[in-house]
Design a protein around this ligand. Structure first.
Ligand SMILES: *[C@@H]1O[C@H](CO)[C@@H](O)[C@H](O)[C@H]1NC(C)=O
Ligand SMILES: *[C@@H]1O[C@H](CO)[C@@H](O)[C@H](O)[C@H]1NC(C)=O
Ligand SMILES: *[C@@H]1O[C@H](CO)[C@@H](O)[C@H](O)[C@H]1NC(C)=O
Ligand SMILES: *[C@@H]1O[C@H](CO)[C@@H](O)[C@H](O)[C@H]1NC(C)=O
Ligand SMILES: *[C@@H]1O[C@H](CO)[C@@H](O)[C@H](O)[C@H]1NC(C)=O
Ligand SMILES: [Cu+2]
Length: 864
């Protein structure tokens, strides 16, 4: 059996016709009884083993063996009598195999996904074309380049102009798909003034029509400063650290038990904080040293360096400052002199500095730990006994479910994006895509107080991780692959996206009543589309949750390791101690999404609906209560100017924002709309005016903003914004230039986030239940009634004539299937598939190599 997520999907309906398959399964009562006996023996055995076996994996194995014995299932169509011959007390219960849990083929509206990523052969062809001598770009192959060379940093699909894509999607028979273009980033490291330039190459496939031009119209400056360039694994900073650190070994070993000599057994690693620049004129950063142990982010040693890596010549790079225990030194010599002459104020030795006591920063279950009753059993598992109810086109990356349909896109910067989302045949959202993820820290040390991450720089797409089936998504989830390019080649992850239908275990609507037709309930099923990105210490879970009433919830949850600081009393107010010498540092997360709603067409207006109290008198009010009544009243205003559309949710949530089409009315004369509803933790950034986030994340100041849609404003950020707070490539505020928002194509830029005040329970990893935030897009008078009532997964009850008699009911013919689900595939996790610049497989040579390209500036292992 193929491991979960690697199966090929069926090609036609006939391979999965929703019917149960002819496999007779029998189960004997005797066997079941004996299983129960076996079960309690095993449970006792388990308790004994629990004391002996130390690892979580040990328990998983035990639980697995236990489960496989609980129900014996005999395959084949032989009669069940045959399987337990001559047995008198056989309890016949013929069970059939459930239908396949692979999805049916989808029927995408068009035979081409205009938002698809490039294939590896396409990127190879583009790479070769751009590298040809005729173009005279003096390129060095990325896998051999140094930062002082010219090399291609990125190749990926460029999204077509909206009008071309829509013309095609609305009429695929008569219209050809939009021409395909690639977006290429070149690091011009060998120029006399090195710079980065973005280009468009197309149309592709490569032909004599293919040309290359600069892509500048989507940015607010040109070119991209080399100091803001993307990271590489080209040992960029190691040469400098190798000059600085070995001479300090004696002191650092004595002060905090850490040395760097460029050897495999080095005991500390660096982590660099960003931004590296204000406006691109320098590339400098604070390095925080941490113990080289699992979860290094939780083991800072209170030793920092500010380094200058401006330019492309490592010989020119230098140490600018060194900070140990709040003492600042300009040079290593000064630091060593103070260390040797005894004037250096040392940190007290801490009890948890013992290098062997680091299990607390791993995910291993602590020893000893308390057992929880029945926790050795697997929990409930979701099974679509009637066959999965969503359809997938793997090649086109298209999914449909319960009236919803959408294409997937995937890119380096932000990973998964959703396109042309339709519900009940009408386009509701043209594009739904994350834009940027900010995390701004505070602290009483050089690193935390200067950190303001914008994780688009690292690439949510490059950082997408294969999911752990059964843990990141339910067992019957369907996985789709994603491929991203970097300067050394391409990486494909087979389980980059998961899709599954979810039973929240509650109705979407219900009522108990007695008159005919009053009583019943409709199931609140959801379709969840998910991807997970691990950016250094942090894990982001991106969820899109579709519901049967036309609502979609966009939810982001976080997990992984905190960015820890060194705990000492002077850190009070900037976080919380989570160990003797570790604190979690105070920070805000704000994540921005682009929501290109098209509500009943592209011409939409921004409606603000709000409520306020009023005091009125009415002639019918009687004297008992006086003539005055205080109550609330709705008012509706259209926000007409972009400049007024940088928005916060009203106090007490008295009102909200929606996009409506004023010219498309529902049957009751009300403009059809979609509302943007705050979900969980609807926050915006606390800090305004910090130089390190001056203008590169202006969207984070609001809950949401609405601008006129333009192909030249495709995203609210860019890969390079992180290092350009003073002069960003994309300054969100520049989208807001007084344009009229009335009946035009609008985009809502909506934030989610968390004020993260770390606590002991963030250790070892932050919990996704609390570190979560969401917003809802939900029909607002878009329909004439709640369309979830159309669902057949519902029940209608009728009260009996005679009290006490059972209620009559109609379940619309949808009955629960009773069958044996397919076995759960054994757990398996594989590495990614890596390909070189020529498109040939190029697996990472060592585990450390794999790790390095995943962790980058978040864990700098210095090497000779
Ligand atoms: C091409 O780039 C290399 C560095 O990769 C540089 O040494 C050389 O001078 C460049 N050639 C030209 C013609 O610019
Ligand atoms: C690290 O390795 C080097 C070279 O193999 C050796 O000399 C040194 O003692 C080792 N250090 C530690 C702390 O084990
Ligand atoms: C450290 O350098 C700064 C400026 O670079 C200078 O103002 C200061 O005097 C120097 N400190 C010492 C102790 O040399
Ligand atoms: C110790 O070294 C530091 C740093 O060089 C220097 O500023 C200080 O004057 C020295 N103190 C003594 C007592 O030598
Ligand atoms: C915006 O455009 C609408 C329709 O063209 C017009 O009625 C309205 O006055 C304009 N609003 C502003 C602020 O210009
Ligand atoms: Cu956090």
């Amino acid at each position: 059996m193929a491991p979960a997520g690697y199966e090929l999907l069926p090609k036609s309906d006939s391979e999965h016709n929703g019917l149960v398959q002819p496999a007779i399964v029998s189960r004997s009562r005797r066997q079941r009884r004996s299983c129960e006996g076996y079960f309690s023996t095993v449970r006792n055995l388990f308790l004994i083993l629990a004391l002996l076996v130390g690892t979580a994996s040990g328990f998983v194995v035990i639980a697995y063996l236990l489960q496989s014995k609980l129900v014996r299932i005999e395959d084949g169509s032989a009669s069940s009598q045959g399987s337990v011959p001559g047995s008198g007390d056989v309890f016949e219960e013929p069970l059939q195999r459930c239908p396949s849990n692979l999805p049916l083929p989808a029927k995408p509206p068009s035979p081409t996904n205009p938002f698809a990523s490039l294939t590896i052969p396409e990127t190879v062809a583009i790479h070769d074309w751009v590298s040809s001598p005729a173009l005279n770009l003096n390129l060095t192959a990325g896998d051999k380049a140094f930062i002082s060379d010219n090399y291609i940093y990125r190749i990926e699909a460029y999204r077509p102009p909206k009008k071309d894509a829509i013309a095609y999607l609305d009429n695929p028979e008569q219209t050809s798909p939009p021409e395909k273009y690639a977006h290429i980033v070149i690091h011009h490291g060998s120029a006399s003034e090195p710079y980065v330039q973005d280009y468009l190459v197309g149309p592709i496939p490569i032909s004599e029509k293919t040309a290359m031009r600069k892509l500048t119209e989507v940015y607010h400056r040109d070119p991209i400063p080399y100091s803001a360039r993307g990271f590489t694994t080209m040992n960029e900073i190691a040469p400098l650290l190798l000059r600085i650190m070995p001479p300090l070994a004696e002191a650092t070993e004595d002060l905090f038990g850490g040395v760097v000599r460029g050897l495999p057994n080095d005991t500390i690693v660096g982590g660099m904080a960003a931004p590296f620049s204000f406006d691109g004129s320098f590339r400098r950063g604070w390095i925080s040293w941490r113990r080289n142990v699992p979860g290094p982010w939780l083991h800072p040693v209170n030793f920092f360096m500010y380094v200058d890596t401006t330019g492309t010549d490592p010989e020119q790079w230098k140490l600018l400052k060194l900070v140990y225990n709040h003492q600042v030194f300009n040079t290593t010599d000064e630091f060593l002199a103070a260390y040797r002459n005894g004037t250096l104020k040392r940190l007290p030795d801490r009890p948890d500095q013992d290098p062997s006591s680091v299990d607390w920063s791993t995910r291993k279950r602590p020893q000893p730990h308390s057992l929880r009753d029945l926790d050795h059993l697997p929990g409930p598992r979701s099974v679509s006994f009637g066959g999965v109810r969503f359809r997938v086109d793997r090649a086109l990356q298209y999914v449909s479910w319960m009236g919803w349909g959408m294409y997937f896109g995937f890119d380096r910067d932000m990973g998964l994006s959703l396109w042309d989302l339709r519900f009940k045949g009408e386009r509701i959202i043209y594009e739904l895509a994350p834009q940027e993820a900010m995390a701004q820290y505070a602290g009483n040390d050089p690193m935390q107080s200067t950190t303001a991450w914008l994780d688009r720089y690292f690439g949510m797409g490059s950082a997408v991780r294969d999911m752990m089936p059964g843990y990141d998504c339910p067992h019957e989830a369907v996985y789709l692959p994603a491929t991203t390019y970097n300067y050394e080649g391409s990486i494909t992850r087979e389980r980059a996206i998961c899709i599954f239908e979810h039973d929240p275990g509650r109705p979407i609507t219900r009522h108990t009543g007695y008159a005919a037709g009053e009583m019943g309930a409709t199931l609140g099923y959801q379709l969840i589309v998910r991807s997970v990105s691990t950016v250094g210490n942090y894990d982001y879970l991106f969820d899109y949750i579709f519901q049967i009433d036309g609502t979609v919830e966009v939810r982001l949850s976080a997990s992984g390791y905190l960015q820890g600081g060194y705990w000492e009393p002077s850190q009070e107010g900037y976080g919380t101690a989570i160990r003797d010498s570790t604190m979690g540092s105070l920070h805000d997360h704000v994540i921005n999404y682009k929501v290109d709603l098209d509500v009943a067409g592209t011409e939409n207006s921004l409606l603000f609906t709000h409520t306020a109290t009023e005091k009125i008198t009415q002639p019918w009010l009687d004297d008992d209560w006086g003539q005055e009544v205080i109550q609330q009243k709705i008012s509706k205003t259209y926000i007409e100017n972009e400049d007024d559309a940088l928005l916060k949710y009203p106090a007490n949530f008295q009102g909200g924002y929606s996009l409506v089409n004023r010219e498309s009315l529902n049957r009751w004369g009300v403009p059809r709309g979609y509302a943007i509803h705050a979900g969980y933790s609807p926050i915006h950034n606390t800090v305004v005016g910090s130089k390190r986030l001056l203008n590169n994340a202006n969207w984070a100041r609001y809950n949401l903003a609405v601008s006129k849609r333009k192909d030249t404003e495709p995203t609210s950020s860019s890969q390079w914004n992180l290092h350009l707070p003073g002069a960003p490539m994309v300054d969100f505020h520049k989208f807001f230039d007084g344009e009229n928002l009335t009946q035009t194509d609008l985009v809502a830029w909506v934030n989610v986030g968390t004020h993260h005040l770390p606590q002991a329970e963030d250790s070892p990893n932050t919990r996704t239940n609390l570190a979560a935030s969401s917003f809802f897009l939900t029909p607002l008078n878009y329909f004439d009634y709640d369309v979830s009532i159309d669902s057949r997964n519902a029940i209608l009850l009728a009260a009996p004539e005679k009290p006490g008699a059972p209620w009559a009911f109609d379940d619309y013919g949808v009955r629960q299937a009773h069958c044996v689900p397919p076995p759960v595939a054994p757990f398996e996790y594989r590495g990614v598939s890596a390909f070189g610049l020529d498109g040939a497989p190029a697996p990472a040579q060592t585990a450390e190599e794999m790790r390095k390209s995943a962790e980058l500036f978040h864990r700098i292992k210095v090497e000779l």
